[in-house]
Design a protein around this ligand. Structure first.
Ligand SMILES: C[S@@+](CC[C@H](N)C(=O)[O-])C[C@H]1O[C@@H](n2cnc3c(N)ncnc32)[C@H](O)[C@@H]1O
Length: 305
């Protein structure tokens, strides 16, 4: 959780308020018959949750074809990669916003280094766990990192995706001036690497649009601010305390924990989620400029990206 999201009086959730691994797995199980094919574990920092590999194993036991991904800051990756992989994790996304150590430490508010993060990434790749790198670019902060990060990832054969800085939550001091557009990022890359060629999307719901560098490597861009595409979004988010959110920018979720603990079976849970999903009308990214500043959307550290 970023420092600005909690003060000295912050009250953490009690253990019983958080969904157990079994409860989370039963939500996933209930969605499989409705066509769920992909689950991403995020946070907060998922590798801080004790025995996270057991949860991966529970998910894998539900369906051998389920695509299971995890997003992490990478600090504990080297320690956990092997057990996660053995228990059925398909892939990892590592957030890395700078290659320069000082800048990395100031962005992450930590004493970690990009070198440590790359050790985890290299180890994960060496055991066969595919890795992608996500990098959020903020104007005046880390545009300088676009070219070096691309080089470092291309050298390692890692897919890198640059993300436009988004206004999730209320505490990240977002304004439109702090956004570097995907278009401007590509101009920087073009000046360094030569022409870029767009690659057609495989699925409309893919959030990243891929471009090919002249050497054949690909770079992705997540342009949710300048190119919102709410109609194609197929992501429902389940919070640690058991609410379903139908949009990254939601102010409120729908409580599932009560239903789960009241003894609902998987078919009943599926019906409830189907109802929530078919009635959703979120189009925040498309309506961002018309909506009021008084909105209180949940924080990124809560909803997980
Ligand atoms: C909130 S993090 C949580 C998971 C994990 N702790 C990590 O660091 O990757 C999930 C993703 O959200 C992205 N993210 C965080 N703040 C963002 C913002 N304001 N705009 C766009 N993406 C953001 C991060 O780059 C990361 O890939």
């Amino acid at each position: 959780m970023p420092r600005e999201n909690f003060g000295p009086d912050h009250v953490f959730l009690a253990k019983e308020e958080i969904l157990s691994y079994e409860e989370m797995a039963s939500v996933v199980a209930s969605l499989l018959p409705l066509g769920l094919s992909k689950v991403r574990i995020t946070g907060g920092e998922p590798l801080l949750r004790r025995d996270i590999h057991i949860f991966i194993g529970l998910l894998r036991d539900l369906d051998e074809n389920l695509d299971i991904a995890l997003t992490t800051n990478g600090v504990l990756l080297e320690r956990h990669a092997e057990t996660l992989f053995k228990n059925g994790l398909n892939r990892i996304t590592v957030s890395l916003d700078a290659l320069d150590s000082e800048l990395f430490q100031s962005i992450t508010d930590s004493k970690n280094t990009p070198h440590e993060i790359f050790k985890g990434i290299d180890f994960a790749q060496s055991i066969g766990l595919p890795v992608k790198v996500n990098c959020v670019i903020k104007k005046g902060v880390n545009e300088s990192q676009i070219v070096p990060l691309t080089k470092a990832c291309v050298e390692r054969n890692i897919a890198v995706r640059f993300i436009e800085f988004m206004d999730v939550g209320t505490t990240n001091n977002w304004n439109l001036e702090s956004v570097v557009s995907g278009k401007d990022m590509r101009t920087l890359l073009r000046n360094h690497f030569g022409p870029l060629e767009p690659i057609p999307a495989e699925h409309p719901s893919d959030v990243a649009r891929l471009w090919r560098l002249v050497n054949g490597s690909t770079v992705g861009f997540i342009e949710s601010v300048t190119k919102p595409s709410c109609g194609n979004c197929s992501r429902a988010r389940l919070s640690a305390h058991g609410s379903i959110y139908t949009c990254l920018f939601s102010e409120q979720g729908f409580d599932l924990r009560g239903v789960l603990r009241f003894g609902a079976n998987e078919q009943q849970i599926a019906e409830i989620i189907r109802d929530i999903w078919t009635h959703r009308d979120d189009r925040y990214s498309e309506l961002r400029h018309q909506l009021k500043d008084s909105r209180q959307p949940v924080e990124m550290s809560f909803i997980g990206g």
